[in-house]
Design a protein around this ligand. Structure first.
Ligand code: ACO
Length: 389
């Protein structure tokens, strides 16, 4: 990289080699380890996709069964974790709770931080398996319920809904949520994954990396968009209000959540699948209100941006919030559920980073004061005239 290269936000900068995820942004295509996301959404399950990400190949039947068993055995929460959830400050967010649980899990395993370059993240499946349990349990406790043990005969998606509701979801609902998890499992060098790799590049533990990645995902430009899409749908209310609402938003130069993507310059392929899932669920329920409202926003926004010569399309989060809402998942669990779904991707990247490590250490273009003489305390004017915040 030339000495003078400067790319704000590292846009367009290639910082590592990776064999995990291929994104063809121009054509709206996405592959995990070479497999098109459409095929994985149709044929795979979250646990199988997790295996693919961590072990680089799809499992044989026997390998899948063994892996599935390991994942399912890792779901249960120890008593101290249940207590942590029960006593988590009310003002705390479930993202912070996830970070705390990951830190707790880290302290329950024997790993020597200095030698963690050799730590096998594939043996820390409890990180992936417990996140949905933590979130469902958080919700159960919030509603005054007790701890419920997982059902080892249910997929990750179906088990999450089972824990959340206390009763088994329909096969269709379970499959839809499991597919949502597949769609979110990996997405290249996005902000949270890059964060995980930066931490891994110091040879810190994979728990530290995952916890940092959760922090990066918490921001609304990344993981929080689907909650805000649903806030926007509440605000809009009905199809008649879409155009006036959009006019106000765009006149104020505000972003429309769930629209646009740093990499996709066509419709996000995950949004195409998510839209289909939402349509299935809406038909099944006989309630197309949210689906139709979203489609109307998509059309009006798309037409407006096309007129301005800035074609912007929906990203995965445009439709995911509506799917989760129809499945009865509370809004504040959307981003944490995304974190749970993305954890296999993070671990795959941590493993890859360690295989051929180079400590991340970019530079900043210095725009601060030039070297100057130290001012003795008694000669300083102070900052009274400036806002001290
Ligand atoms: N609403 C209104 N205008 C938009 C939007 C939007 N959602 N997205 C992009 N634009 C505008 C930009 O402001 C820019 O206008 P300008 O040329 O006048 O400055 C133009 O379209 C082109 O934007 P891009 O350069 O393609 O977008 P960028 O890479 O800067 O931003 C981002 C990408 C941050 C995702 C942006 O589209 C956005 O903020 N979207 C809303 C938040 C969101 O949905 N985030 C989820 C991302 S997906 C995920 O994390 C799973």
């Amino acid at each position: 990289v030339a000495e003078t290269t400067f790319a704000k936000g590292l846009e367009g900068v290639i910082a590592a080699e990776s064999g995990i995820c291929q994104i063809d942004g121009a054509n709206g295509r996405l592959y995990y380890r070479g497999y098109p996301i459409e095929d994985l959404a149709q044929h795979s399950t979250f646990d199988e996709t997790t295996y693919l990400l961590l072990y680089e190949e799809l499992p044989s039947r026997e390998e899948l069964e063994d892996f599935r068993q390991r994942m399912r055995e890792g779901r249960e929460l120890r008593l101290p974790v249940q207590d942590m959830i029960r006593h988590f400050p009310e003002a705390g967010s479930p993202m912070e709770l996830l970070q705390s649980v990951i830190a707790y899990l880290s302290s329950t395993v024997q790993h020597r931080i200095r030698h963690s370059a050799t730590c096998n993240c594939r043996r820390t499946l409890h990180q992936i398996a417990q996140m949905p349990t933590v979130l469902a349990t958080y919700q159960r406790f919030k509603e005054g319920g007790g701890y419920l043990e997982s059902r080892s005969d249910l997929s990750e998606g179906a088990n999450f809904l089972y824990l959340l509701r206390g009763e088994e979801p329909s096969a269709e609902e379970g499959r839809i949520l499991d597919t949502c998890l597949v769609l979110h499992a990996e997405h290249g060098f996005n902000a949270s994954t890059f964060t995980a790799r930066v931490v891994a590049s110091t040879f810190s533990t994979c728990y530290c990396s995952v916890s940092a990645a959760i922090g990066a995902l918490a921001g609304f430009l990344h993981g929080g968009a689907n909650e805000r899409v649903m806030d926007a749908m509440d605000e809009i209310g009905s199809k008649d209000n879409v155009d006036p609402w959009l006019d106000r938003k765009l006149a104020a130069h505000e972003k429309v959540m769930g629209m646009g993507h740093r990499v996709y310059k066509a419709k996000d392929p995950r949004a195409v699948i998510m839209e289909q899932l939402l349509l299935e669920l809406s038909e099944h329920r006989g309630d197309r209100r949210l689906y139709e409202l979203l489609k109307r926003v998509e059309e009006s926004f798309g037409a407006h941006m096309a007129k301005e010569g800035k074609p912007i399309y929906p990203n995965v989060d445009f439709f995911s919030g509506a799917v989760y809402t129809m499945l009865g998942i509370p809004r504040y669990l959307f981003t944490p559920l995304f974190a749970a779904a993305r954890s296999p991707g993070w671990l795959a990247h941590i493993l890859e980073q360690r295989k051929d490590n180079r400590l991340y250490r970019p530079k900043a273009l210095f725009v601060g004061p030039q070297p100057r003489a130290y001012v003795p305390l008694e000669e300083r004017a102070g900052m009274a005239s400036r806002a001290l915040v």
